[in-house]
Design a protein around this ligand. Structure first.
Ligand SMILES: Nc1ncnc2c1ncn2[C@@H]1O[C@H](COP(=O)(O)OP(=O)(O)OP(=O)(O)O)[C@@H](O)[C@H]1O
Ligand SMILES: [Mg+2]
Ligand SMILES: [Zn+2]
Length: 587
């Protein structure tokens, strides 16, 4: 394998039938041609490597190839005529591919306008594919708008973009818009299987799902990863080769770590982590995998029977066996801790220490739900589903509001750490676990949700954090907002560009439903969220929480490092210092 993009280029789809996913886009375009009702301007938007350019070319061929036929409801171009050849190689004078990023000035658009006036050299259509169109300058957009107001009849524009929100509304309003979807794991596996079969390369099915997951929805990335694996491992694509070549984390490792955490076995969890660390596992990747698995668990716990997750059916079955270990609220908290932790971990000088803390925190999450923080009101209000047989005396930290069912059946091995941690290390696990700690009394908020007057954004976030931590996390990233005056108003939420995955998440159905419920409970009416991108660059609540968390963590680190026992231990054991510290204090 010589070059990195070999497979992605070699397997660029040539016909609509080669396209994986994007069915509604394909369907609509084919129908338009068949009914002779094509638009004059299209916007193809969506993330990288999911078929925008490929479909633009296939659509152009279908419009221009004189020998186009219909097969299985799709249009098939001949791929033999000069039109087909030139379009595929990007050399056609009637199908012009223009890079909007490097031709973003007003003079470039004027040139296109001039050129567009002339009839195609043959055939009916002249097609302009403008890639990265969001890069055009304001003036260039204005010039383009003039063309779109009265386009010559033979012209079709296709604007491809990964950032459609940067295109002015005036332009979007004159285009038919297609939002391309990320390619699913199953679709990637399907396509990669085809590619390997035609390359006559053997593979293990497990290897393909690893590749598909690592590609994060991009078909191009999947094929690039495949290239990498093949060049690494030769003619057999095995799961181990995939892991080794791209540093993926084994699911068994993540599963055993999460199992120990859910079962409140901090010590085995820490030693699993230590072993992984010793083997050179990338901690950030491991934490990401842990987040992914906790998320899957959360979906299962919430009653989604077949969640769209990267895990195979065996893994899902293993996760289902873990469902009764924790309540939904606890799993949400664990998710929240890992989610916040990712940023901490990335910046920490000693990421392993941060990871240890995260493991300890989450192994102790049970204590949080029992003794304070967001879960308390809920727990008292709605008795747990899994009554536990052997109640255990409440520890000193627990007030009398203990929900009987929240008490675990066996004394958790982590109890000593919990009791010594706040005093010994000046670091309160429970307090930091609920970051940001709701300032309103959480139980009150949960029990009597409709507050009279005085509604604020901060109040709403606290309310969300107490009731639905994941939603809370998303809302903490909002930097600009407008509270609605009534149900007919939209609740406008401004995210910064860099938080757009959060913006996307908020717009997914399940999250949107949670948001509606939240507004209904907090404001007294359902307010539809309207997400926009804000120019404001200030620190979001989430970042503030992260910074404070980090500062606290650094403080803790300083205290740990300056402790005489640790100093001694460091010189004796080197990297094992956190564990020495924790074990020492509790023995
Ligand atoms: N939906 C798809 N079906 C099959 N193959 C695809 C699909 N999307 C992408 N590919 C593969 O990825 C390569 C790149 O796809 P394409 O250029 O169409 O992506 P794009 O969406 O235009 O990406 P970019 O935003 O980076 O320009 C193709 O050559 C093809 O191998
Ligand atoms: Mg493209
Ligand atoms: Zn042709």
């Amino acid at each position: 394998m010589s070059s990195y993009l070999v497979l992605a280029r070699k397997y660029r789809p040539k016909q609509f039938s080669d396209i994986v996913g994007q069915q509604s886009v394909v369907r609509t375009l084919v129908n338009a041609i068949q009914l002779k009702r094509t638009h004059q301007a299209y916007v193809f938007s969506g993330s990288r490597g999911i078929g925008k350019t490929s479909i633009a070319r296939i659509f152009s061929k279908a419009l221009r190839c004189p020998n186009v036929i219909e097969r299985d409801g799709l249009l098939v171009s001949c791929d033999a005529c000069s039109d087909c050849h030139e379009i595929a190689s990007g050399t056609s004078v009637n199908v012009l591919e223009i890079d909007g990023a490097s031709n973003n000035g007003v003079e470039n658009v004027r040139e296109i306008r001039e050129n567009a006036k002339f009839l195609p050299s043959s055939g009916q259509y002249k097609i302009y594919i403008i890639d990265e169109v969001h890069m055009l300058s304001n003036q260039a957009f204005n010039a383009l708008l003039k063309t779109l107001e009265e386009p010559p009849e033979h012209v079709v524009f296709i604007f491809a973009t990964t950032e459609s929100h940067k295109i002015p509304e005036t332009i979007l309003g004159r285009c038919q818009r297609f939002d391309f979807k990320r390619v699913t794991v199953a679709q990637i596996v399907e396509r990669v299987t085809q590619v390997l079969n035609s390359e006559k390369i053997e593979f293990e099915p497990a290897a393909l799902s690893l590749i598909a997951r690592a590609a994060e929805g991009s078909m191009r990335d999947a094929l690039s990863i495949l290239d990498q694996v093949i060049s690494f491992s030769g003619m057999r694509v095995s799961a181990i080769a995939v892991r080794d070549s791209i540093g993926l984390i084994g699911t068994e490792l993540v599963l055993s770590l999460l199992t120990a955490v859910l079962e409140r076995n901090a010590v085995p969890a820490l030693s699993t982590l230590q072993t992984a660390f010793n083997q050179g596992v990338d901690l950030r990747a491991l934490l990401k995998a842990l987040i992914e698995m906790t998320h899957a668990l959360l979906l299962l716990k919430a009653g989604v029977s077949e969640p769209e997750t990267p895990f195979n059916s065996d893994e899902i079955a293993s996760l289902k066996r873990l469902l009764d270990r924790r309540e939904l609220e606890e799993i949400e908290l664990i998710f929240q801790v890992y989610h916040h932790g990712l940023d901490l971990l990335s910046r920490a000088p000693q990421p392993k220490l941060v990871f240890d803390m995260l493991v300890i925190k989450t192994a102790l999450a049970e204590a949080l739900v029992r003794t304070g923080g967001g879960g308390e009101g809920k727990a008292t209000e709605s008795p747990r589903k899994n009554p536990v047989t052997e109640p255990r005396p409440v520890q000193q930290a627990g007030p009398a509001t203990v929900s009987p069912a929240a008490v675990p059946s066996a004394p958790p091995p982590t109890a000593p750490i919990q009791s010594s941690a706040p005093t010994g290390l000046g670091f309160d696990f429970r307090a930091s676990l609920s970051t940001p700690a709701p300032k309103v009394e959480p139980s009150t908020a949960v029990r009597s949700p409709v507050l009279a007057g005085g509604k604020t954004w901060e109040g709403m976030i606290q309310f969300a954090t107490a009731a639905r931590p994941v939603l809370g996390i998303l809302l903490e990233s909002v930097v600009e907002w407008t509270l609605p005056n009534g149900p007919e108003d939209k609740f406008r939420l401004g995210f910064r560009m860099k938080d757009r995955t959060k913006a996307d998440q908020l717009q997914q159905k399940a999250m949107k439903d949670q948001f509606l419920l939240l507004t209904e409970n907090y404001l007294g009416f359902k307010a539809q969220p309207e997400v926009f991108f804000s120019e404001i660059q200030s620190e979001s609540l989430a970042e503030r929480a992260e910074r404070e968390d980090r500062e606290q963590q650094e403080n803790t680190m300083k205290r740990i490092l300056s402790h005489e026992v640790v100093q001694e231990a460091t010189s004796l054991f080197g990297a094992r210092l956190t564990q020495v510290e924790v074990v020492k204090r509790n023995s």
